[in-house]
Ligand binder design. Structure first.
Ligand code: UD1
Length: 342
């Protein structure tokens, strides 16, 4: 029998790419999503790519009664991948309670519903933001976590602490926290990708929207950082590589291969690119000029973040395959498809 995986936030950017990889690895998928920052149309797009429409339940995980009910109806599921969360850094600074309430209630209700129904495997969608401003690069999972600058980031750090306490208290429960660096790119079909609500906060969608004429100009936040060209360095990772790592992590839990009941893995490429590297590569890949301007630093940005990928390679036998060119060309193809359709 196929194993069933519950994917919260499965209509979102990383969630939908992961659902595709799960289906292609013969898992049955149930998506729980409140559609607050995603669309049900994603289900049709998943079907066009895989030939399968996953079961979908519109659910607000903040509602504990409803969450328990849904998990009870799916108590034979083998595990949960928990993506559902708000993720806009700037908005979280303005509305911290919205972020703590949504991201933490959802986590607590999911864990409680899992534990009541005996669904003992859990993958958490975490972020490199838990490392704050790192002293040592590349960042290994042994780097100390620090209080992130934003309430959004802090919900990820607090969530990891909750998981630490919970896995200690419930010995049957196993969890893996995947710390993403900077996910960009889109599925090679061009049928799914990132769908930012309103003005994008992140670099890649801002670039593609500027190139598509939706935004006038990209603002480059600072060129006075201590880096090779003065712009901050990040570890950009293709969302499909990231999605594949989730499937591997699920299999690790199902085969009971984990070494501790809570494990942490960095998901990055190990290679850092500056903002200007990304812009220059975009211009080369698309053979176009991007309208951009250097402006002042953005609060909370750190100069450099890139992963040590050794642990994921050694323990998960996973490493990212796709290069920056692929990430950028797939993001651009998705942006163009999106504009042609709507
Ligand atoms: C942020 C979050 C991270 C989250 C990630 C993906 C923090 C500190 N970081 O990462 O937790 O996982 O988004 O959602 O909370 N840039 C510009 N102009 C722009 C946009 C960005 O120059 O219009 C620059 C930024 O200064 C930065 C780089 O591009 O140096 C990447 O920024 P962004 O895509 O927003 O990701 P992070 O801030 O690294």
């Amino acid at each position: 029998m196929r194993s069933k995986i519950i994917v919260t936030g499965g209509c979102g950017y990383i969630g939908s790419h992961t659902v595709i990889e799960l289906i292609e690895n013969d898992f049955e998928v149930v998506i729980l999503d409140d559609l607050s920052n995603s669309t049900e149309k994603t289900l049709e797009r998943i079907n066009k790519i895989t030939g399968v429409t996953p079961e979908f339940i519109k659910l607000d995980l903040k509602n504990s009664l409803e969450t328990n009910k849904v998990f009870n109806e799916h108590k034979y599921a083998s595990g949960v991948i928990h993506f559902a969360a708000h993720k806009a850094v700037g908005e979280s600074v303005e509305q911290p309670l919205k972020y703590y309430k949504n991201n933490l209630y959802s986590l607590l209700n999911t864990l409680e519903a899992q534990s009541v129904n005996g669904i003992n495997n859990f993958i958490f969608s975490s972020s490199a933001t838990v490392y704050g401003t790192p002293d040592i690069l590349p960042i290994t999972e042994k780097n100390k976590t620090q209080r992130p600058f934003s309430p959004y980031g802090n919900t990820k750090k607090v969530a990891e602490e909750i998981l630490d306490d919970f896995t200690k208290s419930n010995k049957a429960f196993s969890a893996i926290s995947l710390r993403y660096f900077n996910p960009i790119g889109a599925h090679e079909s061009g049928k799914i990708g990132e769908l930012p609500n309103g003005i994008p906060n992140n670099l890649m969608p801002y670039i593609t929207q500027t190139a598509a004429g939706i935004r006038e100009k990209l603002m480059v936040y600072g060129n006075d950082y201590p880096t090779k060209d003065g712009t901050p360095i990040r570890d950009y990772i293709h969302v499909v590589d990231l999605a594949k790592a989730h499937v591997i992590a699920v299999k690790r839990l199902l085969k009971k291969e984990q070494e501790t009941t809570l494990e942490f893995f960095n998901l990055g490429t190990g290679v850092g690119y500056s903002v200007l590297d990304v812009i220059n590569t975009f211009e080369t890949v698309t053979n176009s000029k991007l309208n951009y301007e250097i402006t002042k630093r953005r609060d909370g940005d750190v100069p450099q973040l890139y992963a040590s990928t050794d642990l994921a390679k050694n323990k998960l036998d996973w490493s990212a395959n796709k290069k920056l060119d692929d990430m950028i060309s797939s993001s651009w193809a998705w942006e163009q498809n999106l504009r042609n359709k709507t």
